[in-house]
Write a protein that binds this ligand. Sequence first.
Ligand SMILES: *Cc1c(COP(=O)(O)O)cnc(C)c1O
Length: 396
Amino acid sequence: MKDRKLLMIPGPIEFTPEVLRAMGMPTTSHVAPNFIEVFGQALERLRQVFLCPSGQPFVIAGSGTLAMDIAAANLIEPGDKALVVNTGYFSNRFADILERYGATVTQVHAPAVGDVPALEEVEAVLKEGGPSTGSGHGYKLMTITHVDTSTAVGVDVRGLAALGREHDVLVVVDGVCSVAGEEMRQEEWGIDLALTASQKAIGVPPGLALVVAGPRATDAFRNRKTPVPNFYADWTRWLPIMEGYEARQPRYFGTPPVNLIWALNVSLGQILDEGMETRFARHRRLSEAFKAAVTALGMKQVPVSPDKTATTLTAPYYPDGVDRAVLAHIKKSGVILAGGLHPAIKARYFRIGHMGVVSASDILATVGAIEKGLAQVGYKFKAGTGLAAAQAVLTT
Ligand SMILES: *Cc1c(COP(=O)(O)O)cnc(C)c1O
């Protein structure tokens, strides 16, 4: 344990010992009775974690990008119009994927890095596009990045999804940095497809693409006029597999990643034991404590205001005279943080993930390591200022 490090990046995150133990268990056959039960249970639990009782879950080996690919491959047909609510790096990626499947993509951009597109602007574009049914001139789907991992910007998914519903547009949410951390109520908010990956707030090592499709999304897939132009992503293959395992009757298309699914079921069980409401509240509170420390240490954040900020991560600008060299010092104190990612400001800021099993003591350890790092690179501040600000929130 001498070299123990705390991994505080926006994925992969820290995993619980129980999850890691599941990763190291002797691998069973993918049709072993105990594995069938575990896979079936994991699918049932995904519905609860996504808060989507009528959804169809998909658990497929791959990363979050595969989950995005699956959404686009199955829902888009050549010539369909798609709207991307663009908040940065991963919204750009979604636009690229949609175009690859033949969509005509319109993007509504945030006015500046760290900001979000205005609801009114999204509404105006949807109105212009007309209804998607009938004339066929409207948007078929819109994508929303719940938390942009490159900037820590969080958008009003609820408000945007309501607009999508109003205009009869399929609402697709990239929740890779949000699901099981940030508040997201898929069914209640009218989200037709939500997706994530195992290594973020779900708390399982990288390797699983997780998708929950609501009835309108699976209907749109069933009503396709053209085959899905991607062999591995095609729901035609995967629907019988997921339905089969949930009915405890395994079917084969591609070998499932047995240990990862075992670990997923353990983590989903832990998430549901905590309870979704408690979990959302814990993420909000720890985020508030951490952000209070950042502000007290004289650092500004990339998101332009608190209501446009994620609770799963924080993106502070370096203070004057400090650059990414400070991250190496922080690492020497035992905490690993991430550098900038958004191309326009990459060298000017850094990122801290605080999602999953993160605790109040992890937050304090991270603030302590940041203070020490800042002091080592010559930044002037009163030692303990950040810690006191975080503690003030944590002890109320
Ligand atoms: C991490 C992330 C992705 C990509 O996931 P990978 O597992 O790296 O492919 C997509 N969208 C968002 C919002 C993310 O945070």
